[in-house]
Design a protein around this ligand. Sequence first.
Ligand code: GTR
Length: 427
Amino acid sequence: MNIARLLCVLTAATVLAGLRAGPATGQPNYDENKVPDYTLPDPLVMQDGRPVTTAEMWRRERRPEILWLFEEHVYGKPLPAPPKLRFEVFDRAGDALGGTATRRQVRVHFAEGDGAPTMDILIYLPNDAGGPVPLFVGLNFYGNHTIHTDSAIRLSDKWMRPSKPFAIVDNRATEASRGRSERWPVELILSRGYGLATVYCGDLSPDTADRFDHEVIRLFYEPGQTEPAPDQGRTIAAWAWGLSRAMDYFETDEAIDHRRVAVMGHSRLGKTSLWAGAQDERFALVISNNSGCGGAALSRRRFGETVGRINTVFPHWFCDNFKQYNGNEDDLPVDQHMLIALMAPRPVYVASAVEDRWADPRGEFLAAQGADPVYRLLGTDGMAAEEMPPVDRPVTSRIGYHIRSGGHAVLEYDWLRFIEFADQHVE
Ligand code: GTR
């Protein structure tokens, strides 16, 4: 093939790929009138057309089927639980945060040997608890040391995405990175009787397309395998897997009430908290904050970020099979309301922000509402609101929802709602 012909073929392929990816390269749609007509798959109808009529049938047949569909088409097959975990508690302080808290830092070793991959869990527990405490757990974006100025928090030495606000220099955290994240009101959470645990997402998989092939994912390769198969999980799968490994630790710690653990995540890590909560029913409450496309928002609406755009810009997040749905959302056998339904009958909370149009707040509400029939079949109340509620007026039924004023962020307002929701729904 001569060069001119090769260029011609390549250009045609690029144009075709672009067309297929739909708005991946074009302008995102922010106009409600331009949302295409779509039909959502019914969470209560089996793939073979049989209606799901009992709680038993949901549990034994439809729930596993939906979980499998998400594995196969969206997030990829999960990494298996490792045969051996070792928990090394390398910091145990009873007088943290001015004597009000107990701090633990736990290194989780995923395999034998010094070079085996690890993750560090940072945990704060209130000292006045008088018994095992419920807690919130979530991944953080730039290292455990960013969530508080407490100088005893180990500074992460892992690879980080470049960020000026987080003082990341040459892909590494610096001393100046400490306490830079405003998303974790530790004292507030503790004062309300909850503990807080967090893990740096990059301990599990670095957030970059050229390095997704990280040691945690590699741990589970077959001999000779060099990248995940099209139906195997990538970064989001590895992150969600890490949350379950943190839960493995909580089950061993008597100071923690592991039956009352809420998993919370923001944005890409909100997609992750939903996927973790869907797979691992040990999480008693699941919270998604501004998780958008591939999280709480309905893919078929193609409002703001689309499947094509997310798979193009973040090709390492979902399994390769998900790319078949770039610009082709109507062929997906699932939509995100079915992910939320996988939490049922456990309480679940979806939080949007009015200026975060990229994450499609209405699509997040509609997905939460779309899980309602499953909750009702299981004998709980589902989503109390028939219409999207006004800004800053939370809905606190078992499927909870709010849209707050402001933009893409985790604010104290959000945490207060999560805490009140946990108080109400997690017994
Ligand atoms: C954006 C991405 C979103 C969301 C967000 C975040 O760039 O398009 O899906 O995950 O990042 O995680 O902050």
